[in-house]
Design a protein around this ligand. Structure first.
Ligand SMILES: Cc1cc2nc3c(=O)[nH]c(=O)nc-3n(C[C@H](O)[C@H](O)[C@H](O)COP(=O)(O)OP(=O)(O)OC[C@H]3O[C@@H](n4cnc5c(N)ncnc54)[C@H](O)[C@@H]3O)c2cc1C
Length: 597
């Protein structure tokens, strides 16, 4: 494995598997600049002032309330930050828009409305619209005057989005497309003014359209009764010869898949951001509760079992954030590179997000699962009160669950992680073959018991490098053995995706902590070392387990024994007292009374 060269400072999508990264090339939340910190504070203030006091009213779907809150966020400039200046936006970078998604992400149903509006509700028009369409819709959408929604899913096509049945036919006078069909689960559907709707022209050409509220033949169903995010509007859309003007064709006929899939890459990263915002709030509430709730004549925060939970929740939030901003910054860098190469802004950001589609899929999975973990343990720490509607943690628990389902289910995103990686390798965009062969060769050789590297972080860096070898070895062997059949062996692909997610996270948190501690001169660095070492220690085991499960599914005899031996070698972590480390992390959280990092 070679370090990044001077000519290329940042890694391409998927390249972290075969190349080392340097902490100085890694963006972390500690690198937020003054303006980004100010925007973060604005988001927090908005939720404190406008959302938290009325969460029950929002969840009761008070008529007009959500629409007015979206408009209010628009008035305060929270919707326009990353949109181009020519449409009234502020033209800020992708990291800044990720910060907004993360910090507004703690607002329960409001966050869902905002995320859908600024993401899937607006971006298709911004990136694929004609100048006239952009001029007409974008200023209204980013000011919050109008809300946006996105209609892809149908009763019989969810994960298989291209299986949509809604059709579009050009009217006899050539002035309209007539849409017929039904969409379901449409976020903001009950109050949006503008919808991006996918339909098949002449029954087979998957195409996007801009449909306005009030279009003849276009109606909406009643609000769905949901398990969580109860204040988020979710309705069905019906089209009966709905008359959509031809000027509202979005992009090209038959190219709707480009819109649908490209927008999802960004949506997946943003979902991780929002989930992390939600997790941070739920965790802070849980820490505060654990400090005040007394049992056996002492705060429950004194108990080791509770400390374990508070620490583990903190570790996962910290790790998700590390991977999130590492990727968001890559997207910024790639976008800058594409702009410099003369690409128009829309192709530049979409191209940048496509470059990191693998990482976006992994972030979506990990971010949503961290949130689920945090709210679940949050309820547990709250005991019976966690089950009471009076405590916000029960709302957080219900609201969390959807995140593993939309923006591509976590199963689909795990499958995509591997599918996209292998396609990149086969298409020559990612050289997995060379490094995989090198690992095979290493397996045959006697392990190197040479002198221990005494440099700081040497053993952690070695562990991460070894975990990557484990992934290369297991995935290489699976592909060699199963060839094209690997695609239908989903259980193995899930195992390999879990290995990849753990390793990407492990490297991201290691780089972040290397960077933090370099600036600390030893002062206050230990707690970050605790987080990183605890995560790496657990990640090694998780990679080992997923690797074993994968290998045992396809290998046998001598080959199986050899690969399993390699796996054991590559996933061997130094002994580490995770109990004490977690106690120290929990104690810091308890002392601060909130998520402390
Ligand atoms: C509250 C809410 C809001 C939503 N908002 C929107 C919106 O604004 N716009 C929009 O267009 N859609 C929206 N959706 C739809 C959402 O994106 C879909 O629900 C999601 O993509 C899953 O589709 P499905 O529900 O049809 O499940 P299915 O596709 O039927 O999946 C069911 C299960 O099978 C698994 N599965 C499916 N295919 C495979 C496969 N090939 N391999 C392995 N496992 C598989 C899935 O992972 C899942 O576990 C929303 C949904 C909800 C619940």
């Amino acid at each position: 494995m070679s370090a990044a060269t001077d000519t290329q400072q940042f890694l391409k999508g998927g390249e972290w598997i075969i190349r080392e990264s340097q902490p100085e090339d890694t963006f972390t939340p500690e690198n937020f600049d003054e303006e980004q910190l100010m925007i973060r504070d604005m988001c927090n203030q908005f939720l404190d002032a406008e959302i938290y006091p009325i969460l029950d009213r929002i969840d009761s779907m008070e008529p007009g309330l959500m629409k007015s809150l979206v408009a209010k966020a628009g008035e305060q400039g929270l919707l326009m930050t990353s949109f181009p200046e020519e449409f009234g936006g502020l033209g800020k970078d992708f990291v800044t828009s990720t910060i907004i998604n993360e910090y507004l992400g703690a607002g329960h149903s409001f966050s869902v409305a905002i995320a859908a509006h600024t993401g899937i509700g607006t971006l298709p028009i911004l990136y694929f619209g004609t100048d006239a369409q952009k001029q007409k819709y974008i200023p209204k959408l980013i000011s919050g005057e109008w809300a946006g929604a996105y209609g892809l899913t149908e009763p019989n096509s969810g994960s298989d989005a291209l299986g949509a049945k809604t059709t579009a036919r050009l009217s006899d006078d050539g002035k309209h497309y007539l849409l017929n069909g039904q969409k379901c689960w449409i976020t903001n559907g009950g109050f949006a003014q503008v919808y991006t709707v996918f339909a098949k022209v002449d029954g087979d050409k998957f195409t996007a359209f801009i449909v306005e509220r009030g279009t003849e033949g276009f109606t909406q169903g009643p609000e769905e009764q949901k398990m969580g995010i109860k204040g988020s509007s979710t309705v069905q859309l019906y089209f009966q010869d709905a008359k959509v003007p031809v000027e509202n064709l979005l992009g090209e006929v038959g190219k709707g898949h480009k819109i649908a899939f490209n927008i999802l890459n960004i949506g997946r990263l943003k979902l991780c951001a929002a989930a992390n915002g939600g997790a941070r709030r739920a965790l802070s509430e849980t820490i505060a509760y654990a400090k005040t709730r007394e049992q056996f004549k002492q705060p429950i925060a004194n108990f080791g079992a509770i400390k374990y939970k508070l620490a583990e929740m903190s570790i996962r939030v910290f790790v998700a954030e590390s991977a999130l901003y590492r990727t968001a910054h890559w997207i910024d860098q790639k976008e800058t590179e594409l702009l410099a190469a003369g690409k128009p802004f829309n192709e530049a950001l979409l191209g940048a997000a496509e470059e990191y589609a693998i990482e976006c899929a992994m972030l979506k999975v990990f971010g949503s699962e961290v949130l689920d973990y945090v709210v679940d343990e949050g309820v547990q720490v709250h005991g019976g009160n966690g089950f009471s509607a009076e405590y916000n943690i029960s709302r957080a628990y219900r609201d969390s669950r959807i995140n593993r389902i939309y923006e591509g289910t976590n199963e689909i995103n795990r499958l995509l992680t591997l599918d996209m990686t292998l396609k990149r390798a086969m298409g020559g965009r990612l050289d997995l073959m060379g490094p995989a062969m090198a690992v095979q060769k290493e397996l045959m050789s006697i392990p190197d018991f040479g002198a221990q590297d005494e440099q700081a972080f040497a053993s952690e860096k070695k562990l991460v490098a070894n975990l990557k070898k484990a992934l290369l070895m297991a995935s290489g062997a699976a592909v060699q053995k199963l060839m094209a059949k690997v695609e239908s062996e989903q259980e193995i692909l899930m195992n390999l995706a879990d290995m990849a997610i753990n390793i990407f996270n492990a490297e991201s948190v290691l780089l972040r902590v290397m960077k933090i501690t370099a600036g600390k001169d030893g002062q206050g660095a230990d707690i970050y070392m605790d987080i990183m070492r605890t995560y790496l220690y657990d990640a090694a085991d998780a990679v080992n387990k997923a690797g074993k499960d994968a290998i045992n599914s396809f290998a046998e005899g001598d080959e199986q024994r050899m690969i399993l031996m390699g796996l054991k070698r590559f996933t061997k972590a130094e002994p580490f007292n995770t109990k004490d480390a977690r106690r120290r992390i929990a104690d810091k959280a308890i002392a601060e009374g909130k998520y402390p990092f």
